[in-house]
Design a protein around this ligand. Structure first.
Ligand SMILES: [Zn+2]
Length: 92
């Protein structure tokens, strides 16, 4: 990377983190005093956490919930499982 681009990339990173903080799906529990960008519901610090941490906290609960739903489908009657299975594809 061209070092002259570094300040611009840092500014873009800050702006993208701010947009992600504001638009990640939570409308309550956001803390933004003194330049902070935290969500107390997701427990993410959008200013300091790594991209990997932010990604895992945003994505894994959703996939964890999906895996649990699929696991619970094993005990359902076949007719109901078929309906859930069809609707599942609409969600993905
Ligand atoms: Zn959140």
């Amino acid at each position: 990377m061209d070092l002259e681009q570094l300040p611009k990339k840092c500014t873009e990173n800050k702006e993208l983190r701010k947009l992600l903080w504001l638009r990640h799906g939570c409308t309550n529990n956001l803390y933004g005093d003194d330049g902070e960008m935290q969500c107390n519901r997701c427990m993410i610090d959008f200013k300091r956490d790594s991209v990997e941490t932010i990604e895992s906290r945003l994505v894994q609960p959703w996939f964890g919930g999906l895996a649990k739903m699929i696991e619970n489908m094993k005990d359902m009657p076949p007719e109901f499982s078929k309906t859930v299975d069809d609707n599942l594809w609409d969600l993905i």
